[in-house]
Design a protein around this ligand. Structure first.
Ligand code: ATP
Ligand code: MG
Length: 392
């Protein structure tokens, strides 16, 4: 079927009172921006509480659906046929033609759902439903009406023009990007942090990311994996600026000067400090991590408290109460899992102690960190100064 037009449905933004127009404009902006990468020309318009995407040239249907289903704020995408209002007989003929082309002689039950958004339409909705239902039945003998539990609904929206559709493709949900500021994601090569970034981005937050690597202990391949993950997240979150920080000297300094069972926690405190510095420098209002209570030693509540202590910005931990399996499911759904499980070490795995502290106390940790005074500050400065920025 030759579809040229899509009706874009959005919900949460529809109830946002006077912010509604702002949210709609952000959504339109996102759609326009994302479709630039697709083959073909499109026009995106907002009329009377509806957003339409129209293909002005030849285009690739699957590519466009693939893009639209990754745009936050969209709850449904309806491929529609739009016809002029030439009276009810003409409408019946149009609906039958649409149904025949789409479903041929398939057997199914249906219910017509018409809606008069234009109240001056001369026929009441119930009568429109009856008339169109009858026309379908007469022309498609394998169909039946079922008003309680039909196989499909035939939607007919009577506006200036008339929209006909039977299918709503599920959208990504959430809120349009740009509606909730920007945050800095601590992105490792694991399963969790890409999911965490995706989840926060779904609430309309744009993201930057920071990755700490430790060459030569971590390979270029491990770094590439993080870039690949950032790319996957960016299909939803939009463009990501990835800050790559060389963490080797800092890690070695901690290794040389601090008790080994405290390595992970001290290292994580320095990661958070640097991430916060970058966040503030780049206009980010919060940090995001993939932490989840109890998943590993550095993610007990005590560890989280000690790590958190170095930050003044809010630290968003959207996975905090998730089971691993639930995280894996989202990772698979967003297409990150296969990349996340590639076996390239991240910098934490190399310097981990056999028996890391699981209930660190701040006073002991800060005491251990005193050994770093005078050594580590120039390293932190150097790490920030020599950051590599990759635009994803
Ligand atoms: P993930 O699956 O996201 O790697 P994880 O289960 O391996 O998480 P940790 O290694 O304890 O958990 O890391 C906790 C969080 O700290 C990560 O989710 C991520 O946000 C951040 N993080 C860890 N290592 C790095 C790194 N090398 N660069 C940037 N952020 C990191
Ligand atoms: Mg990890």
């Amino acid at each position: 079927m030759d579809i040229k037009l899509f009706l874009i449905k959005y919900s949460e933004i529809a109830i946002k009172g006077k912010n509604r127009y702002m949210f709609e404009d952000m959504l339109v902006h996102q759609i326009v921006t994302r479709l630039k990468s697709a083959e073909g020309q499109f026009s995106v318009t907002k009329t009377a509480g509806r957003i339409y995407v129209e293909a002005l040239t030849e285009y690739d249907y699957d590519e466009v659906i693939g893009i639209l289903t990754k745009i936050f704020g969209i709850v449904g995408i309806c491929p529609i046929v739009q016809v002029e209002d030439n009276g009810i007989e003409a409408l019946a003929a149009d609906v039958v033609a649409y149904m025949q082309e789409k479903y041929g002689d398939k057997a199914f039950t249906f219910k017509v759902m018409s809606r008069r958004a234009r109240k001056n339409y001369p026929i009441l909705s119930n009568d429109v439903n009856a008339k169109l239902g009858e026309a379908i039945l007469m022309n498609m003998p394998n169909t039946k009406v079922n008003v309680h539990d039909p196989d499909l609904y035939v939607y007919v929206e009577i506006r200036e023009k008339i929209n006909i559709y039977t299918e709503t493709i599920k959208g990504a949900g959430g809120m349009p990007l740009g509606s909730n500021g920007k945050s800095m994601l601590l992105l490792s090569g694991g399963i969790d942090s890409p999911v965490a970034g995706w989840m926060v981005s779904k609430r309309g937050v744009t993201i930057e990311a920071v990755y700490f690597h430790a060459p030569p202990y971590t390979s270029d391949r491990a770094k590439q994996k993080v870039v690949d993950l950032a790319k996957i997240v960016s299909e939803y979150s939009g463009h990501i600026r990835l800050h790559v920080i060389n963490f080797t000297d800092i890690q070695l300094a901690i290794y040389d000067n601090c008790p080994h069972d405290e390595l992970t926690i001290i290292m994580r405190r320095y990661m958070m400090k640097i991430a916060e510095h970058l966040a503030k420098e780049n206009g980010c209002l919060a940090l995001i991590t993939g932490e989840s209570i109890g998943q590993v030693a550095s993610q007990t509540i005590q560890s989280l408290a000690v790590t958190n202590e170095v930050c003044t910005l809010p630290v968003l931990r959207p996975l905090i109460a998730f089971d691993k399996q639930d995280i894996v499911e989202i990772s698979e759904k967003i297409g990150a899992y296969e990349t996340s499980i590639q076996p390239y070490e991240d910098c934490c795995t190399i310097f981990v102690a056999k028996h890391p502290v699981t209930k660190p106390q701040l006073k002991f940790i800060t005491h251990s960190e005193e050994k770093l005074v005078g050594i580590i500050e120039p390293m932190v400065e150097e790490a920030i100064r020599t950051e590599e920025i990759i635009e994803v």
